[in-house]
Design a protein around this ligand. Structure first.
Ligand code: NAX
Length: 329
């Protein structure tokens, strides 16, 4: 018999039969986001094309076959309105991939329409406390579109995943220092989830007290760290023949886990309220703390000229993306 005080959360995942979906669902049901004692009503959403819906049914069969004790209820949807009903935690992963020769503008438009529909559905159906992380690319602008299409929800409900860039940076730094990632703190990534993002180690620490600024040289940061993180996605496609999936799923789990459970100093893509001169509503990577309920952007940090220039370039790219989808909103 379940204990009467047992908690159940409602979680929605779009693009559930895709690569990242396949890598994330089993971990969510294993308790890696909400804990080992929180039951889950899982609402899976993918588009209504026969082959894809069959694939989604196949994923559902496998989820059932895991006999996860935390799985309370599993439902499959092609309509986000039903898939988002009362949802409290939402992973927006599904998006249209960039086809060969497809212009970025065309991709922005196609995905813009998807995220507008999903924003409207969240506005109508989701819990007012819903936490949304957008993974589908272009993640920051898709999150902006969903947020602007959901006027009855708080802007704080929406975020974009910058955690993969963050994790990539942390791993590179740990490896350069021949250290462990656990010994590093206060690192973040600013701007867009794209090669323009800016890795920031200005406040970074090793073992809580040694400044990374004193341990890493400027040339390595500019010539190795920054480009390695910027091009990592392309490097993985080149080597694996497919885009990053398990590491992206892992980053989405880290993102939601820390938002739900609290943390100090991580990176989230969240709407600006004018912090650091970044225009209002631009969804940029920021250093944040989370208190288990809400995130807060860390204020009053020093930004040197090199980083400032990088942030400006990345924000200009985000403004350009917004300009391209203006007609949708
Ligand atoms: P896949 O093509 O394997 O899967 C995408 C799934 O989304 C498919 O099953 C598709 O049918 C579904 N889908 C498409 N439109 C939908 C809609 N309107 N509603 C619901 N489902 C829909 O892609 P995958 O490798 O899983 O990547 C998913 C997205 O993540 C892509 O946009 C990708 O570019 C993006 N990524 C974002 C990252 C980030 O750091 N923010 C990193 C990894 C990844 O590249």
């Amino acid at each position: 018999m379940p204990a009467s005080n047992e908690k159940t959360v409602k979680v929605s995942v779009t693009g559930a039969s895709g690569q990242i979906g396949y890598a994330i669902l089993f971990r969510i049901l294993n308790g890696e986001v909400f804990g080992k004692h929180v039951k889950i009503d899982l609402q899976l959403i993918d588009i209504n094309v026969d082959k894809i819906q069959r694939a989604l049914h196949g994923v559902a069969l496998e989820l059932e076959d895991c006999a996860f004790p935390l799985l309370n209820n599993l439902t499959l949807h092609s309509d986000p309105h039903t898939g988002f009903t009362d949802t409290e935690y939402c992973f927006l992963i599904g998006a249209k991939p960039r086809g060969p020769g497809m212009e970025r503008k065309v991709l922005l438009q196609a995905n813009g329409e998807i995220f507008k529909t999903q924003g409207v559905a969240l506005n109508e159906r989701a819990s007012r406390r819903v936490k949304v992380v957008v993974v589908g690319n272009p993640a920051n602008t898709n999150a902006y579109i969903a947020m602007m299409s959901a006027p009855d929800l708080s802007k704080e409900n929406f975020s974009a995943m910058m955690r993969l860039d963050h994790n990539r940076a942390v791993n590179q730094i740990a490896s350069q220092l021949d250290s462990n990632v656990n010994r590093l703190s206060n690192i973040c990534v600013w701007g867009n989830h794209s090669p323009t993002m800016g890795v920031d180690i200005t406040n970074g620490l090793l073992d809580g007290s040694n400044n990374l600024k004193d341990l890493l040289n400027k040339e390595w940061i500019a010539e190795t760290l920054q480009p390695t993180v910027a091009k990592r996605g392309a490097e993985i496609i080149d080597q694996r023949g497919l885009s990053s999936a398990a590491s992206a799923a892992n980053a989405a789990i880290d993102h939601m886990h820390d938002w739900v459970n609290g943390t100090t100093w991580t990176t989230m893509g969240v709407p600006s309220q004018g912090e650091y001169g970044i225009p209002e509503n631009i969804i940029s990577g920021f250093p944040v703390n989370c208190n288990g309920e809400r995130y807060s952007i860390i204020q009053n940090l020093d930004i040197d000229d090199v980083l400032q220039k990088k942030i400006e370039v990345s924000i200009a790219e985000l403004k350009d993306e917004q300009e391209n989808i203006k007609g949708l909103l």
